[in-house]
Design a protein around this ligand. Structure first.
Ligand code: 1HE
Length: 271
């Protein structure tokens, strides 16, 4: 894709590798893994392309949906890239992945992953860096690193235990156990479970809502909440008070609060 930062509705401002495609619907960006012949295995070009995309989002994007072509979300690390790696190269390779997936998790907007088929190894690590995971019934999770004689290297040792706990990750890596979509939903791997093929539509519906949130709320959720949750409780409470004061002091919050009190905003609806 050619760079096109000047267009008001640009889908992307950087040149992406052929394994990625960017599109846009209004305030929702869509980044698609487009290497189905290799089951969306993540080579370094793709990982750096993901970083580039998230660090250079076009103006006006308020949420990104990350999905994948073909029958699988991602087969993880492109194993053909690392067979001859020296130790120093292995460290550098992993650190590239860390930077890229940090750009997903701690970027400027919330990210929704649409999961189907294999969500394994580095593909699971990528999904774990997103904020909302929607799995369809075909999805399954695996960490075959244990069987390949390697270790997670894309931030999985940090993010995955926070999602599913050390015991589950330990089991998956020691035994090669995979977890199906239903169990994954029950155990918190994904927040949503939908019919096969229904992930993209659900993601676009949620993305429209998320992109319509007050920007300071989305900022607080991406950048403050995970850090507060990991801070010691007293530090966390002070951080929370500061974040709350900043959010409530924004113009956007003031007008939303007035809208509710003057009956112009919707109530909480449960269906
Ligand atoms: C690949 C990769 C890959 C497929 N690297 N080329 N990840 C894994 O250990 C998972 C390895 N992949 C699989 O177990 C299977 O491919 C799947 C279960 C995901 C899909 O099976 P299937 O039958 O649909 O596809 P396939 O026939 O196995 O693969 C199609 C092609 O994709 C084939 O290449 P071809 O040239 O023979 O057509 C495969 O070689 C290729 N392919 N997966 C390279 N991963 C930052 S550290 C992260 C560490 C990890 O992620 S370790 C986990 C790696």
């Amino acid at each position: 894709m050619s760079a096109n930062s000047s267009a008001p509705e640009a889908a992307c401002t950087v040149a992406l590798p052929g394994s990625l495609r960017a599109a846009r619907r209004g305030a929702v960006g869509v980044l698609t893994l487009t290497r189905p012949a290799k089951r969306n295995a993540l080579d370094l070009h793709t990982v750096l392309g993901i970083e580039d995309y998230f660090r250079n989002l076009p103006a006006g994007i308020g949420c990104v949906v990350l999905d994948a072509e073909g029958e699988h979300f991602s087969a993880g690390l492109d194993l053909s890239e690392v067979t001859e790696s020296e130790i120093e190269e292995g460290v550098a390779h992993s650190r590239h992945w860390h930077r890229a997936f940090d750009a997903v998790q701690y970027g400027s907007v919330p990210v929704i992953a649409v999961l189907h088929g294999a969500v394994v190894g580095g593909g699971f690590e990528l999904a774990a860096a997103t904020h909302i995971r929607i799995a369809d019934q075909s999805a399954y999770y695996g960490l075959p690193e244990g069987q390949r004689g390697i270790f997670v290297g894309g931030g999985g040792a940090v993010r995955i235990p926070r999602l599913i706990g050390v015991p589950m990750m330990m089991d998956m890596m020691l035994t090669g156990r995979t977890i199906g979509a239903e169990d994954g939903f029950r155990l918190g791997y994904a927040q949503y479970l939908v019919e096969t093929g229904g992930g993209r539509a659900k993601a676009m519906e949620l993305a429209d809502k998320i992109a319509g949130n007050a920007p300071m709320t989305n900022f607080a959720l991406i950048h403050a909440l995970p850090r507060i949750a990991e801070a010691d409780p007293q530090t966390g409470l002070v951080m929370e008070a500061l974040m709350a004061a900043i959010a409530v002091g924004s113009h956007e919050a003031k007008s939303r609060l007035r809208d509710f009190l003057e009956k112009r905003a919707g109530k909480v609806v449960h269906r």
